[in-house]
Design a protein around this ligand. Structure first.
Ligand code: ZN
Ligand code: ZN
Length: 476
């Protein structure tokens, strides 16, 4: 079909799509608490004629909207959760919280969900007009930042009957995401001891805080003896109390254990659990633990990635006004960072040279070009629950530039730019790339077949869900 029609449809629907994005920016709801956001999405999906299912897998803020019938079944993934401590006024190039200690869309998920929905709407219109055949399904995936909502959805069997899933993420470049990232298991350890007067009768107390501290120290010694791509981080969620003259009877730690695969992460976790047991033994306390969530490493699919790259080039690149460029320059001055876009991942020398030329040696405030695609292996030390989808169906992702060059994710700058012209243009561009890609998949069974063949090889080991059946999704 003529992709210009898809692009026009997205432009025609842009008041609704951009309005939704701005609304989700205002709501800025934390993981698994996205009640107003989910409601706003469900309202738009219903108004657009999608068949809506809510409370997927028992999660109040997980939902889907599907349209069409039969195969192929193409999934488009959306997210909408925010981050704590990142409240920020829109459109100002200085740190100015909107609400003290409030939340903000520091990962651009207001844009993420809205663009994915925009693409689903354009495909729906094309199906309704008889130009495309198949089913498009928009998945409202909650809790990416704090609970790995997609993992719970994957555990319950969603995604596996799709022919392909596509998604994107806001960023500072227009670029296909390739390679893999870490699997991650998130755990809670609770130590229970006996309270006593810390001066009067400390011999009768057993300090849970001691147990927690010794566990952290034990893990510190473990770090030297892990495989290179592993990492472990922790927080002290409860140190017992604030009175030093009390032997603390309780303490709580939250741990993230990351490794190259779920299997390796589980093996490393077993060693962490042994350290917890040892710490409890040494401190004369009891320790219990439970899992909060988990994510799998990501399987890339070069067939789908090449298709995304083609569509990044076909869809019209945004053009920016002088004001938008000025705001990008002003914001960038608040985060002076030398180097080239993509410096945080290993890139090959040829690609680095090309990026240097395209970005004026990293001097551009807005990266208004498509980064060349090289299907080389990258390993990102972070984690995403898109990984779990990628083990169940051929999956691919890309970024568009929705914030200025070199601004990091999870920053007040991302919140500030999140309702601006630049963010809106990056959102609509992403929607067009997703819609164009979904249309190609619906029209060309050969691409889907090739993507499936590649998936069958990379996922041959089978999906090992990183969470057990006992783990329940929860806000943290
Ligand atoms: Zn994030
Ligand atoms: Zn994110």
């Amino acid at each position: 079909m003529d992709k210009q029609k898809l692009y026009h449809c997205i432009d025609d629907k842009s008041p609704r799509i951009l309005g939704l994005s701005d609304q989700i920016w205002e709501y800025a709801e934390l993981s698994m608490l996205e009640n107003k956001s989910a409601k706003a999405y469900v309202e738009v999906l219903k108004a657009e004629g999608f068949l809506v299912e809510t409370e997927l897998c028992g999660i109040p803020t997980a939902f889907s909207g599907s349209y069409g019938s039969g195969r192929p079944r193409i999934g488009i993934l959306g997210e909408y959760d925010a981050l704590s401590g990142l409240s920020q006024q829109a459109g100002v190039a200085e740190k100015k919280p909107l609400v003290a200690d409030g939340c903000g869309q520091g990962c651009g998920h207001n844009l993420l969900g809205a663009a994915s929905l925009g693409a689903a709407i354009a495909i729906k219109e094309a199906i309704a007009e008889g130009k495309l055949k198949g089913t498009v399904i928009f998945y409202g995936c909650p809790g990416e930042e704090g609970c790995a909502g997609k993992t719970f959805m994957a555990r319950d069997g969603l995604f596996k009957d799709l022919d392909a899933a596509i998604t994107w993420h806001p960023g500072d470049t227009n670029e296909v995401t390739t390679g893999s990232n870490a699997a991650c298991l998130q755990m809670v350890y609770e130590f229970a001891g006996t309270a006593a007067h810390a001066a009067g009768n400390p011999w009768e107390g057993r300090s849970a805080l001691d147990g927690a501290e010794m566990m952290n120290m034990g893990v510190q010694f473990l770090r030297e003896h892990m495989e290179p791509k592993c990492s472990i981080h922790y927080s002290i969620a409860d140190a017992g109390g604030i009175s030093p003259n009390v032997v603390q009877p309780k303490a709580k730690l939250v741990y993230m254990v990351r490794a190259e695969t779920v299997r390796k992460a589980k093996a490393l976790l077993a060693r962490v659990n042994d350290i917890a047991k040892g710490a409890a033994l040494m401190s004369g306390t009891e320790v219990t633990w439970h899992q909060l969530d988990g994510t799998s490493d990501t399987l890339s699919n070069t067939v789908l990635e090449e298709l995304l790259y083609k569509n990044l080039q076909e869809a019209p690149m945004p053009e920016y006004t002088a004001d938008e460029r000025q705001f990008a320059a002003d914001l960038r001055k608040t985060y002076p960072h030398e180097g080239l876009p993509g410096d945080n991942v290993e890139t090959n020398p040829v690609l680095r040279k090309q990026i240097a030329a395209l970005s004026d040696k990293g001097q551009k405030d807005i990266n208004d070009f498509v980064v060349p695609y090289y299907p080389a292996y990258h390993y990102s030390p972070g984690s995403t629950d898109v990984g779990d989808v990628s083990w169940l169906t051929p999956t691919a992702q890309f970024n568009t530039a929705t914030w200025p060059s070199r601004i990091p994710g999870h920053s007040w700058q991302v919140v500030s730019v999140g309702k601006s012209g630049m963010a809106h243009k990056g959102l609509l561009y992403a929607a067009k790339v997703l819609a164009g890609t979904a249309a190609d998949l619906m029209e060309d069974p050969e691409i889907l077949q090739k993507a499936r063949e590649e998936f069958n090889e990379t996922a041959a080991a089978g999906y090992e869900c990183p969470i057990g059946p006992e783990v329940v999704p929860s806000a943290q």
